[in-house]
Every structure is written in C-alpha cells, then in structure tokens.
Design a protein. Structure first.
Length: 259
C-alpha cells in the first residue's frame, strides 16, 4: 500500500485543492494538533500522506484537545482572515467561503458565515420563510455584539466535524479544513454537532492548555449556526429545522445576556 493518497477532481473549482493545501500548511505551522502532510498539490489534485486509522482512545482525545488549543492560540490576522500568504478562494466542502478582515467576531460571523448560506438554503427549500425570520433575528443579536468578547482571532480548522478528525494509532490527525481566523468555540461546537468519540476528554485536554470562558456550553448553538446553515443549503429541511431551533436558542441566550 502506498504511503500517500491522491484526491483528484478535474471539475473542481479553480484553486480548490490549492486552498486545501494552504489551510493544512497554516494549521500545521501552528505546532499544535497534528495535520495531514501535503506531499504535492496541483490544479485538480492533491497528494497527502496516508493516515492509518486506529480505535478512538481517551488519552489520545485529551492529547488532541490540548494540541488543538495550541493551534487556536497561534492566532490569525483577523476574524475571517485566510491562511497567511494565501490570496486565493476559500471553501467549506465544495461551497465558497468568504474571506474577511474584521476586528470583532459577531459582525463577521453573522454577515459572512451564517447569512450567505441562509439565503442559499431559502433558495433550495431547506429553510422556510418563517424559519428564516428566526435565523435573521438571531443574526441581528450576534452582529450587535451581544456575544463578543476579548478573545483574539483563533487559528481554526473551520469544518471540524468528526469525519475530519482521523484517529490514528499515534494520535488524532486533522484533514479537510476550511481554515480561517475565527472563534475557538466554533471548532468545539462543530465537534459536538455530529458527535465525536471522547468529546468530554477532548474538552478536558483543551482546558488544561487554554481554559474556556464560562458559559461556553450554552453558546454551542451559536457556533453551530454556520455549519447548520451550510447543511440546510445542501441537504434539506431537516437541517433547516435544526438551524431554526439553534437560532431560537441563540435569541433566548441573547435576551438573557442583555438582562
């Protein structure tokens, strides 16, 4: 068996695999979580080291959590900033992901990470008009800065669901990023969205390196608005229902925070 794998798609958008390589390299440069090594990239394909998978284990999860905190702490130039030195497009899955250079998180997150995909979800039928109104109301609160804090932009994976974390015999390895400057809680919320083995141990390891702000668990629905909107645009009404539910919880949390 070869020590590498090649992913190829001649119909991929321009610079699609180059963007993946830039994101992987930027995350690896942080010196935290292990990232799959890029062997070669060219238009239409990328060659990566082959990761041999093993069974999830609690110790590996704790080590990964600690390492992920180091990756986040490496930082980014701004909220929405692309990997350092990358001036091409960004993607989440096959969908475009906008770049931005904002100093506050809430306005960036609502405008660049939720609302564009909400519009796509409405067009595709994944979100109903009434549901869209709830999501927009939540975005208004987020953009107003209700959830902004003093945490600087983190170097996040950006698409950190369980399928993009490989459990190798020597620890966890990140693949397929949508890397950009964001909020550290976003990566953790995405791990929670689709379920990840030993998530509590990942969080335990994370907090040993970088304690999370109080109330972060209550803010999980806030940070899930983006991936739920992306999925509602692509995979239908079930995700639209989940998006509207998360938005309603964000509105309630915003109201409680304002009191």
């Amino acid at each position: 068996m070869s020590d590498t794998i090649v992913k190829s798609n001649p119909d991929a958008p321009p610079l699609f695999f180059e963007a993946e390589a830039a994101g992987l390299t930027w995350l690896a440069d942080a010196g935290g979580a292990r990232v799959v090594r890029v062997v070669h990239v060219e238009p239409g394909s990328i060659e990566l080291e082959r990761i041999h998978t093993g069974r999830p284990q609690a110790r590996a999860a704790r080590d990964f959590g600690s390492a992920l905190a180091v990756t986040h702490d490496a930082g980014a130039a701004a909220f929405g900033a692309p990997p350092d030195g990358w001036t091409g497009p960004l993607f989440i899955g096959r969908r475009p992901l906008s770049a931005a250079h904002e100093s506050t998180w809430g306005g960036f997150y609502a405008r660049e990470r939720v609302l564009p995909y909400l519009e796509l979800a409405i067009e595709s039928g994944g979100v109903g008009r009434g549901q869209a109104s709830i999501v927009r109301q939540a975005c208004d609160a987020v953009a107003a800065g209700v959830f902004d804090d003093d945490d600087p932009p983190s170097r996040i994976h950006g698409d950190l669901w369980n399928g993009n974390v490989l459990w190798s015999p020597t620890g966890l390895v990140l693949i397929d990023p949508a890397a950009h400057g964001g909020h550290r809680e976003t990566d953790l919320a995405m791990l929670a969205l689709f379920g990840c083995p030993y998530l509590d141990e990942i969080v335990e390891g994370y907090e040993q390196t970088h304690p999370l702000r109080p109330g972060w668990r209550e803010r999980i629905p806030l940070h899930q608005l983006h991936p739920l909107a992306v999925h509602a645009a692509s995979y239908g009404r079930g995700y639209g229902d989940a998006l509207a539910d998360a938005a309603a919880r964000v509105i309630a949390l915003a109201d409680a925070t304002r009191r």
